[in-house]
Design a protein around this ligand. Structure first.
Ligand code: GLY
Length: 260
């Protein structure tokens, strides 16, 4: 089991058009000033974990562009530009391409008719779970699996189209290190996850399942005490971060960065 040591991250603060992005959350419009403060704290948290953080300029032409994770899949040997499943987000890939190319990795891309959002790709120590969702289609998942396989990585498809609460696979799945995954209820019994140790997130705290392991510390949404207690009981060091304004726009902690 490979535990990656991340050294770099790419983030993009929300722009003046953030509230015009896609959302099903029905939590009201985000407060941009608060979102910017939460984003700044997120960037500092990545830095405190030892990462050099590239902050791209806000991109008002693409309201969802703060959710940079959906535009690419980064591995230590290959970067794959995605092809977002929501047409409103298609232009985000061109606007991040330069920053991804600057990482110095070989760059591949998901091609039509494939669609793939990075939020559907959960890396767990050299294994990649690839969600087939409302955003990522079977062809996109197939193309990514083929690219990963050439680089020696395993890819396992997980079809979540029957789970309306999961916008992306990573809305309900995160790697906690070693052979352990955080999962929400709908994923707990899935055969694709057999053989993994699962920490199930309570239904009432399911938003917190989107957490990010960064160099031995777990970035986790603040305000979910049962999940936090379960993680601490396992000896996990937590970095709790406020995410209220991103939650309003159907975004979580992983969505806010590309990490390598
Ligand atoms: N607002 C994030 C998304 O729907 O893709």
């Amino acid at each position: 089991m490979t535990t990656p040591r991340f050294t770099r991250a790419i983030v993009r603060p929300p722009s003046s058009t953030f509230a015009q992005g896609l959302t099903r959350a029905a939590l009201g419009p985000p407060d941009l000033a608060l979102a910017l403060a939460q984003h700044e704290a997120y960037g500092r948290a990545l830095e405190s974990c030892g990462l050099a953080v590239t902050r791209l300029p806000p991109d008002p032409d693409h309201p969802d562009s703060t959710f940079v994770e959906d535009t690419a899949v980064l591995t230590p040997r290959l970067a794959v530009l995605s092809r977002p499943g929501a047409p409103e987000r298609a232009g985000e890939v061109a606007s991040i391409r330069g920053a991804v190319e600057a990482l110095g990795l070989p760059v591949a891309a998901i091609e039509a008719p494939g669609t793939l959002d990075g939020g559907d790709v959960c890396e767990a120590g050299g294994t990649f779970f690839v969600g087939i969702s409302g955003r990522t289609n079977e062809e996109g998942a197939r193309q990514l699996a083929a690219l990963l396989s050439k680089e020696g990585f395993e890819a396992t498809a997980v079809d979540v189209r029957g789970e309306p609460d999961l916008l992306h696979l990573k809305s309900g799945l995160a790697w906690l290190g070693d052979r352990t995954l955080a999962v929400t209820g709908p994923l707990a019994g899935r055969p694709e996850l057999a053989g993994w140790d699962l920490v199930e997130v309570d239904l009432a705290e399911s938003y917190a399942a989107n957490c990010v392991l960064v160099n031995g510390r777990l970035l986790v949404a603040a305000g979910f005490p049962r999940f936090a207690a379960a993680l601490r009981a396992r000896g996990t060091e937590l970095v709790e971060l406020e995410t209220s304004e991103f939650r309003k726009m159907d975004g979580g902690l992983s969505c806010l960065s590309l990490r390598i």
